[in-house]
Design a protein around this ligand. Structure first.
Ligand code: AGP
Length: 607
């Protein structure tokens, strides 16, 4: 997500804004900007790239004012550039925005028809012109009318040269806090930006609209009834604040998964007909209709996502899918033709092996649709189309929310392809879309198991080896769970198809080789139960991740973590979060550096 800072008081606003945005740099961004009111005019300065570029511009032409807003952008609509950087303006109005406006194209068309000229590709600029088009008397009345038109998520900080003494704040499904000062007030998307100015915070709630003056604060709900929000004292130190109170970025990012998936699927489905809408692929629809084969290529966790994608696409769209590790694919003689859809998956969009594999397939005539978390990254620039995950910056080296948003994206793509090929009935689509919409809530139910899984990890943190076993769509989750354990706790772990044990690995089983089974309710659940019995018969220690409806399993396994019953195709989200927590707690109990594990980099941009 992007970073927002606002200030009104008696100090120079730009100093506060730049300082606050600097405190938010750790979150990742690709451009930045500020806007202030000077002599009844809006003045802005924006720059692509790092904050230093903005600071240099401000040194050349300083902006002196007691009121201002600032922003660091993590691109969601439109590439990183000066034009797309916030703040966005419309005459006497300037604003910064976090979130995703689902109906911005509709608003954009409406406003263009009213004569507005758009200078950027962003959804945010539509809000600026909407405010201008609805201007009535004052900012608060105008904002109240405007937000009624917005569909999606927003945290807004808005100023107008017609009302120098106030900043308007509004939030829905994107965080926004007020820092209460003495004869000055602050606003921010995240506490770290303003924590060194004040410890007194007001956390705005969904639907709130706040009028922030230097010595006055008024908060209203969506019906413009005045509401009171308590002032909370935050005693975090700056390091804790960066992690929003979590111990590690990885922990914070595990907890962010419900929101990350909500943002990723937002506006892309219809419950009425169970359809998936991927506007980013609109221009490629003709090409996709002729696709007969799919090749997914990725590395590490993203490769595991690709293996899940195979199950989903073959099940929903009945299109054959091959999945390859990029460093292998790039040196093979792959069979590529114009009937092939090549899907590179990458959180960073900069992984050298995946980029090389993409270029090889592209040179042989394949159509390229990438799945990526970083707008404007190298892999997206080489692709014919990209479906972006909206996980926001992922700072922990061990990938968590990027993985589950990749799964959600592949799930949507599989249904989308089924529509093009007419492979699912409307009733089937509705069933699968309903299950997808429930995923954030299902993940939240697993987040409640955090402490239970920590207690479980206490019993296993000192083992030196582990097997992770799963079947069908949960086999790739077994691989991913094993990778998480390896990369942050340094415990050796192998993921295997559970049915493969009898072909060799079962020789490893004894009391020193614990086995974690993903034993979710499925048509082949009984097979997995048999595998558990085989392990138990050889003194193996078994952890089972099971569905609540199969409570008998706890008589067979030594430890059982029960998760909600879901369809098999969405069980992967629940099993994934359990294995993320298990690896996280083993590593923290061992006192290891969870966010920066030894030998690893967040993005492997070299071979
Ligand atoms: C996963 O936890 C690791 N950080 C690593 O396997 C990662 O998934 C892999 O390097 C691929 O990175 P990418 O998704 O940015 O291409």
């Amino acid at each position: 997500m992007c970073g927002i800072v606002g200030y009104i008081g008696e100090k120079n606003a730009v100093d506060i804004l730049i300082d606050g945005l600097t405190k938010l740099e750790y979150r990742g961004y690709d451009s930045a900007g500020v806007a202030v009111v000077v002599d009844n005019n809006i003045k802005t300065e924006r720059s692509a790239g790092k904050l230093i570029n903005l600071k240099n511009k401000l040194e050349q032409s300083p902006l002196i004012s007691n009121i201002g807003i600032g922003h660091t952008r993590w691109a969601t609509h439109g590439k990183p550039s000066d034009e797309n950087a916030h703040p966005h303006c419309s005459d006497h109005i300037a604003l910064v925005h976090n979130g995703i406006i689902e109906n911005y194209l509709e608003l954009r068309d409406e406003l263009i028809n009213k004569g507005y000229k758009f200078l950027s590709e962003t959804d945010t600029e539509a809000i600026a012109h909407l405010l201008h088009s609805l201007w009535e008397d004052n900012l608060e009345k105008t904002v109240r009318k405007a937000v009624q038109r917005l569909k999606g998520a927003y945290a807004l900080a808005i100023i107008s040269s017609r009302e120098e003494g106030k900043i308007l704040l509004a939030r829905k499904e994107a965080p926004l806090v007020i820092g209460v000062g003495k004869n000055e007030n602050f606003a921010a998307s995240d506490i770290p930006a303003i924590l060194h100015h004040t410890r007194e915070f007001i956390f705005l709630e969904d639907g709130d609209i706040a009028i922030m003056e230097k010595d006055r604060l008024e908060i209203y709900d969506l019906n413009f009834n005045k509401v009171s929000r308590s002032v909370k004292t935050i005693n975090w130190n700056p390091v804790m604040a960066e992690k929003a109170g979590y111990k590690h970025f990885m922990q914070k990012e595990i907890y962010e998964q419900p929101r990350a998936i909500t943002d990723t699927i937002r506006g892309k489905y219809s419950l009425e007909d169970g359809k998936i809408y991927l506007s980013e692929l609109e221009e490629m629809k003709g090409d996709l209709l002729s696709i007969e084969r799919i090749q997914i290529v990725a590395c590490g966790t993203s490769w595991h996502a690709g293996l899940v994608g195979k199950f989903l696409i073959e099940k929903f769209a009945k299109i054959p899918v091959e999945v390859d590790i990029a460093s292998e694919y790039r040196y093979r003689e792959p069979i590529v033709d114009e009937k092939l859809l090549f899907i590179p998956i990458s959180q960073s969009g900069e992984t050298a092996d995946t980029l090389a594999a993409l270029k090889l397939a592209k040179s042989k005539g394949a159509k390229i649709i990438s799945i990526c978390n970083v707008i404007g990254s190298s892999i997206t620039r080489e692709s014919h189309g990209t479906i972006y995950t909206h996980a926001g910056p992922e700072i922990g080296v061990a990938s968590t929310k990027a993985f589950t948003t990749q799964l959600a994206t592949l799930y949507m793509l599989a249904i989308y392809l089924s529509q093009l090929k007419d492979r699912l009935t409307k009733e089937e689509r509705i069933k699968y879309v309903k299950a997808l919409i429930k995923v954030p809530e299902e993940i939240s139910s697993v987040l409640d198991l955090d402490h239970d899984i920590e207690m479980l990890a206490k019993n296993f943190k000192n083992y030196k080896n582990f097997l992770y076993l799963g079947r069908n769509i949960n086999y790739p989750v077994a691989l991913e769970g094993a990778l998480k354990l390896k990369e942050i706790s340094y415990i050796h772990a192998e993921g295997y198809p559970a049915g493969e044990m009898k072909h060799g690995p079962i020789a490893l089983i004894d009391k020193n080789m614990p086995v974690l089974f993903l034993a979710i309710n499925s048509p082949i659940y009984e097979k997995t139960l048999s595998n558990i019995e085989e392990v138990k018969a050889r003194d193996g220690v078994v952890i089972a991740v099971a569905s609540k409806s199969n409570n008998g399993i706890s008589k067979k396994a030594d430890y059982t973590i029960f998760v909600n019953d879901t369809i098999e195709e969405t069980s992967i989200f629940l099993t994934t979060v359990v294995t993320q927590f298990f690896a996280y707690h083993c590593a923290t109990l061992l006192g290891l550096d969870v966010d920066q594990p030894r030998n690893l980099a967040k993005s492997v941009t070299v071979e």
